[in-house]
Design a protein around this ligand. Sequence first.
Ligand code: H2P
Length: 827
Amino acid sequence: NTGTYPGRKVRMTEITAPKSPVTAEQFADEIREQLKYTQNVTTEQATPADVYVAASKAVRNHLADSWFKTQADTVNGNTKAVGYLSAEFLMGKQLRNALLNAGLTEQFDKAVEALGFKVQDVVDAEYEPGLGNGGLGRLAACFIDSLASLGVPAFGYGIQYKYGIFKQEFDKDGKQVETPDYWLANEEPWGHIDYNRDQKVSFGGKVVENADGTKTWQPAWSVRAVPVDYLVPGYKSGRVNTLRLWSAKSYDEFDLLAFNRSEYMEAVTPQVKAENISKILYPEDSTKVGKELRLEQQYFFVSASLHDAIRVFYPGQDKPDLTTFPNKIVFQLNDTHPVIGIPELMRILIDEYGYDWDTAWSITTKTFNYTCHTLLPEALEVWPASLIGELLPRHLEIIEKINAQFEDELKSKGVDKNTIKDMAIYTGDAVRMAYLATYGGSHVNGVAELHSQLLKDVTLKNFSDVYPDKFTNVTNGVTPRRFVKLANPRLSDLITEGLGTDKWLSDLEMLKGLEPLAKDDEFVKKFAAVKKANKVDFAAYAKREYGFELDPNTMFNTMVKRLHEYKRQSLKILSVISTYADIKSGKVKAEDVTPRTVFFGAKAAPGYYLAKMTIQLINNVSRVVNNDPDVKGKLAVYFPWNYNVRLAQHLIPATDLDEQISQAGKEASGTGNMKFALNGAMTVGTLDGANVEIRERVGAENFFLFGMTVDEVEKKYAEGYNPASYYEADPRLKHAIDMVADGTFSNGDRNAYSPLVADWLTKDWFMTLADFSAYMDIQSEIEALYADELEWNRKALLNVANSGYFSSDRSMEDYLERIWHTAPLAD
Ligand code: H2P
């Protein structure tokens, strides 16, 4: 059923932010005051960075009353709150978003000018916090934005890493170099450290049995979890929620005895050990190193958050009735990272509050739900039991008991012995966190229809057979405030003009109203002009930030996402090489070439060898292609380093063609695909993740589909996949791979990429080679359409008109209805 959609299920609390809470003059005064009394500089002495801090604090002050009121209503109201437990929140810059939601954008712009500064300089002074790896962390940020905008009481709970995702640079050979991202080097005006709401989190030690049979955990060491609060202002909802990120501090700052013995390093060991916990965000794929620290991080933020929720909802109560806990707050486990929360809540209830096992279990299962974000088995965390035993001995006991209860339950349901063994949460050696989450919570969801189906059919099949009602789907979404309104003001204005209202920003399905305008050539031309102007803007940005010389008259073709083999950046770069060869050899006539600028943006996990080599290859293809006069004006390749939310906000609105080319059955959802469609890019993609739903909604004729389906992929694995046969069969592919192997992109060094080439020809687990021909073939279709500017833009506009479903507001409504069973606060 595509084409007709139910209207909003949850009505947004239409509290419009006061039209003009202050005038520009008043806001300028507020900035002056902040400069004077908190920054302690005069307006004359102030730098743009000072003004940025002062303005940010002034905006924060404007949101304070709504924040307090929301907190009070959250605790006192009878609406259940949502706790979103996530190891990552990739927030992006805060100032513009806060201004938008506080209704202060214009006042800010005018005030800054009046103070004698350039708006751009002030906004640029904000340093983006990189507290996430990619889509998973950015999704969490979109979700909390939507919850606040819907007026749903919610807490984001996570970690305030001192170092976010590494800063990416490229060396002279095009290799990725990682440097620490010390984002807190300068004053950070958004997070408020609340030392008085701290929590103690303990580790190690042993469990002793008391005379009455109860257990006492005697931990070996503890750290202090200090919350840093970020405001999460809703758009026109009058609500401001809280993102509470925990920072680890030591209880023993300093060992004075050791210091007095001149053992200066030893003296600070406990401090270093404690503070290491929130030191750095783990790159998702590095599974080998630092397992212990990663588990410490997970337990640290989850334990602090659960205790915090009890503090918030039962203020000042020594013996709260925690059987009501699931009526106060429902916790969403964002992937397996916070799943240790299940045994932790059991421990809190039993050991700290004296509940019996069955009561504790009933509370716990009602409290948690689990979202899975992957189909790659290696991304479902499995912890060595020995590690859990060492770090969290009481939790290991509880997990064992949960597992025993689970086995009994399966037996009583008639599940056979072997299946029970396959389903073990605790294998004796290891703990499978995804299984623990599935059994220990009420619902499990995937993040797109296809993904949720594959979870049921493959990844968690046994569980879905036994507990079919637990499984559901919630397709991901993105916030239109950041990714359309802030990122693409020109398009936003045009949409508002087309619809005659700006209400679409809180009811994105209204974009459907643009559909008839796709028949109006004048409107389509305006739409095309918006894209063109965005490309010109991006060219200026790329010149300023990266020194690139871009030609906005070429097609802008973009692939941005974490670097991973399954996402298949290799497929894109091989096709670029093939096109390069064809243009250079004259196989394609100059007049038949569609001039293109190809952009890559991607970070590779520091320990991921082939991903890093792919980056090196892309950079060197870029170097060779961009310096070759034979293809000048026809093909260019750019890899702006350090892809982040800020760059996304500039690049997405300027893109004509977006690449979503993962192997079918591997990308859980994708959210970049949604951002591009909403910003009027066409997509070339496989039938994978949310691509399937995007294509369904925008129409097959407005989407460039290619490649194998999930079933075809499975069949090929079963038959035995031989990548070399594809290399032999398609001369374009053979030529492209040969060029990588013969030193064309490594100054003649034939060994530079041999591991990559060997992998392609002998393994190619994600079947890049098998999809290459289909990918090349669809390019001619793409180019034919691009030649017809009006038609291209008509289709791109239809993408915008039919992508309203992909708002994270809609995702939140689905979670509310299918999983959380709660609603916005009453006014
Ligand atoms: C992951 C998945 C994406 C999904 C996203 C949010 C882990 O993000 O792979 O398919 O859209 O979570 O659910 P990413 O690959 O971008 O790190």
